[in-house]
Design a protein around this ligand. Structure first.
Ligand code: TRP
Ligand code: ZN
Length: 871
């Protein structure tokens, strides 16, 4: 966060024990938007494990220091900088009391204490606590907290903090106070407070061991009717963690609070999770099926952090994936279990892999590539990445694949037995996994230290009944890592009979091969003919597989593979081949797809994914030099082919997948809606005679947001004459619902580019940028237009005239002043610029340079831009 002109690089290898420990913290906070006063009384003790006679260097930013007392006596011989407060000649144990002031209403970074819609909120991860008070703001300093909140009662009737409510008092002059105590020692990044006009829905449940627990979801009064799904998701998460991992809720009270201004998805503060409204509020009229799913998984994610993150936390921020990779893995497993069927689980797995490939693979191949446990950073906020989160989850998942579900559970049990209440490292996690299972994970740990996506090449041979699979692995060099050691790669595989028959018993089983050397051979004897290989089943390892299977073999997998992931994968390969060679799909492929579409036994959600083409960002990774317009056009061509060649089937699909009656967000109904809306899209694309009429009717008569938005998106994407009217209707209908207005912006920012050039998306975006509802200070709104256009509409954004890159640069520069984190996310938009064809590359470079020339770049934006330009 700190603005700095000469960037400081922090190194994992330079970890030092804190010079002091903070045992208890007593905070007294008088909340006032214009000037909040914080009195922070800490019981301090020298750390025996650190060197003697060290000074105490506290972190502190953007505060006005009022006074410092040691054992009650005011001292003045401290050294104060914009980032620290240093005290010397301290006793071994003492009470340190610091009074400081900050200005929450001026805080647009949304880190530390800030005001949103008149209420107070905090965000302390990673280094926000230092904007509230002077502290050892690092995750290995854990203390118990007591917090007294004071505020004007009329304006701030509700006062919340971590743990248990101890006392409430009237103070006179219209002020009141509340005292909260958190019994569990925690690092400062898990501190939170909330104050203002909020209302809660409540449920009381009994935990597995029979203890009563109060659950609350706090929102503004107008949103109370949108909290039920979050509450249900919380209860489902509590039950799942009890059953799957034997982990219970440890507090008597657990609160979720929604806020409209938030940098990320949500935050796991102990007992007081704070959420972006986007991941709490849902009702059928305003939230789509995807929103319902996201609420469920983010609620679960934050709840699961209570054990993986809070009870056992990180020793330093290089260990971030210890809690994030593990917790993403846990929320993925939870969401898969909520799907209710095996095919539903496969759908969830495919969605997770799509995200990994679309966003993490490019990151791992670009200038910001880093291991899931980074060795260095300039700005920690820049390392809340898809690599740390999603690849981190894959690395945890591989351990479960290697050890089995039961073995993994044993490892988790040992991890908590050893480390409950501690701040630990990724090495501690793998050690628990290894020790509980007697498995050597030494080589496996390269997944933590090496960046880049490994490639595994498969070559087959078949002679006289002997089938050989030759596997070789390599990993491209990444910034700071030119040479890589071989990874320990778990590959699930199975042999499939290429004709109508099946292979006999022993050969027909799924097996696990652990690839550990640079190259290895699997030999199978006694086969009548060459089998078809299904490998990396269920995406058992996050690798790029280089395997030239011909169309006939891929179609065998499409028809016969019992691994739903690989069935889907075979189709994706066929799509990629056609798109990259700018050809159309063969009749045999279309016929196979027709069969899938009409198969009554297949899950509609799976069919929806089958007909979803690989994302452009993933296609970019398949070529040496990116021509974004060529890829865009050729991808559109394949979609049109799917639309026109299956026109009759899309019509029946649309008619047969209606979901009459009241809205049900469960996986089965959501799947039907997804496929139906895809069918509508295909019908529009194929210019089917009824398409516009059906879309318009669906828009008008929908009883849920999925259908209304689906229809509207179709009208807008295909420039229907009705598009304008429906867009206006949508805006009016939902004008007081911020999250739906975000959708209204996003829909227009991500619409398909008009190929006639008459009505470019860029022009709409510039108009929308000046719309009275646009507000760049609100992260959701900024992202709904700017990030959506620059990062989720490649066909429109990558225009060879370069205008959109200039637009991008100007938005990064403007956001940099307001909110460095939101700016830095956007700044990642041109990471892969060196891969693009020269016309694009030149324009991208000048846009990057425009940003790099600015004075007062935040460390967040500076790191991203400097790495893009120079690594
Ligand atoms: N720990 C949060 C999570 O569960 C991430 C997070 C929320 C965050 N807000 C943040 C990280 C602000 C950095 C800054 O995933
Ligand atoms: Zn998390």
């Amino acid at each position: 966060m700190a603005r700095t002109d000469s960037p400081v690089t922090f190194l994992r290898s330079e970890y030092k024990e804190p010079a002091f420990l903070i045992q208890t913290v007593d905070l007294d906070i008088a909340l006032n938007p214009a000037r909040t006063i914080v009195v922070n009384r800490m019981q301090m003790k020298r750390n025996d494990r650190a060197g003697q006679n060290q000074s105490l260097i506290l972190h502190g930013e953007e505060q006005e220091l009022v006074s410092v007392r040691v054992n009650g006596v005011i001292i003045t011989d401290y050294v104060l900088t914009p980032e620290s407060l240093t005290l010397k000649n301290l006793p071994d144990t003492f009470e340190l009391s610091i009074t400081s002031a900050c200005v929450p209403e001026k805080n647009t970074s949304l880190m530390g204490l800030y005001v949103s819609n008149g209420n107070f909120f905090t965000q302390c991860e990673a280094e926000g606590f230092r904007k509230i008070t002077y502290f050892l703001d690092r995750p290995d300093v854990m203390a118990t907290y007591q917090v007294t909140l004071r505020a004007l009662k009329a304006q701030f009737p509700v006062l919340l903090s971590n743990g248990n409510l101890i006392k409430e008092e009237e103070l006179g002059n219209g002020w009141h106070s509340a005292v909260w105590q958190d019994p569990f020692p925690k690092p400062s990044y898990l501190f939170a407070l909330v104050a203002g006009k909020l209302h809660a829905i409540e449920r009381t449940i009994k935990s597995a061991s029979g203890k009563s627990k109060l659950l609350q979801v706090w929102v503004e009064a107008k949103d109370l009717s949108k909290t039920e799904h979050a509450m249900d998701s919380l209860i489902a998460s509590i039950r799942w963690d009890e059953q799957r991992f034997g982990l219970e809720l440890d507090l008597d009270r657990f609160m979720i609070v929604a806020v409209g201004d938030f940098n990320m998805g949500a935050m796991e503060n102990k007992g007081l999770n704070i959420f972006n409204t986007k991941f709490v509020l849902a009702n059928p009229e305003t939230a789509t099926d995807v929103d319902y799913g996201n609420v469920e998984s983010v609620v679960a994610h934050e709840y699961f952090h209570n054990w993986t993150g809070n009870r056992v936390t990180c020793k330093d921020w290089f260990q971030l994936s210890l809690k994030e990779g593990l917790t993403v893995f846990r929320d993925q497993e939870f969401s898969a279990d909520q799907m209710g069927s095996e095919s539903g689980k496969a759908v969830k797995r495919i969605e997770d892999v799509r995200l990994l490939r679309q966003v993490q693979f490019p990151e791992d191949a670009g200038p910001m590539a880093h291991p899931i446990r980074p060795d260095s950073y300039q700005e920690i906020n820049n390392f809340y990445t898809v690599t740390v989160y999603e690849k981190g989850a894959e690395v945890v998942r591989m351990q479960q694949t290697l050890l089995g579900k039961e073995g993994f559970r044993k490892g988790m049990d040992l991890y908590f037995k050893r480390h409950d209440g501690q701040a630990v490292t990724c090495d501690d996690f793998t050690a628990a996994m290894a020790d509980a299972n007697n498995k050597d994970l030494t080589q496996f740990k390269y997944w933590y230290s090496q960046s880049g996506t490994p490639r595994v090449t498969v070559k087959e041979s078949f002679n006289d009944g002997t089938y050989q699979i030759k596997l070789s692995q390599s990993c491209p060099s990444t910034p700071g890592q030119t040479k890589k050691e071989p990874f320990h790669i778990p590959l699930l595989y199975k042999l499939i009979h290429k004709g109508d028959g099946t292979l006999d018993g022993g050969h027909a089983q799924e097996k696990l091969f652990e690839l550990t050397k640079a190259s290895e051979v699997i030999t199978v004897t006694g086969l009548a003919d060459k089998p078809v290989l299904s490998i990396n089943r269920n995406f058992s390892a996050p690798i790029i597989l280089e395997f030239d299977q011909d169309e006939a073999e891929l179609l065998t997998l499409v028809k016969k593979d019992d691994d739903a992931f690989n069935r889907w994968e075979a189709i994706q390969k066929l799509y990629i081949d056609s798109i990259l060679s700018n050809t159309t799909l063969d009749t045999a492929v279309i016929d196979a797809l027709r069969e899938l579409l009409l198969d009554p036994l297949l899950d509609p959600a799976f069919k929806d994914l089958v007909f979803t083409l690989p994302a452009e960002s993933y296609l970019y990774e398949q070529v040496a030099i990116i021509d974004p317009q060529a890829i865009h056009l050729s991808r559109r061509k394949i979609r049109e082919q799917l639309a026109t060649s299956l026109l009759a089937e899309w019509t029946t699909t649309y008619q047969n997948h209606q979901t009459p009656g009241s809205y049900n967000p469960d996986a089965a109904n959501a799947g039907r809606r997804a496929l139906k809306n895809l069918a509508l899209h295909m019908l529009m694309s194929a210019q089917a005679p009824n398409a516009h009429k059906w879309a318009q009717e669906q828009y008008q008569s929908a009883n849920n947001m999925t259908d209304r938005y689906g229809a509207l998106a179709t009208l807008v994407n295909f420039a229907s004459p009705q598009a304008e009217i429906c867009l206006n209707d949508f805006h009016q209908r939902f004008s007081d619902d911020a999250l739906v207005i975000d959708k209204w912006f996003t829909l227009q920012a991500t619409r398909q580019e008009d190929l006639t050039g008459q009505h470019p998306v860029m022009a709409d975006v510039l108009t929308l940028r000046n719309h009275p509802d646009f507000n760049i200070k609100n992260p959701n709104r900024a992202r709904s237009l700017i990030h959506a256009f620059c990062m989720s509409n490649p066909g429109a954004f990558h225009n060879p005239n370069g205008e959109s890159y200039q637009f991008w640069a100007k938005q990064v520069i403007e956001l940099n002043q307001i909110n460095p984190q939101v700016a830095a996310r956007l700044a990642r938009g041109l990471d892969r610029w060196k891969q693009f064809a020269p016309v694009y590359q030149n324009h991208m470079k000048s846009a990057l340079e425009l940003i790099s020339r600015q004075d007062h770049l935040s460390s967040d934006v500076a790191e991203v831009i400097q790495k893009a330009l120079h690594s």
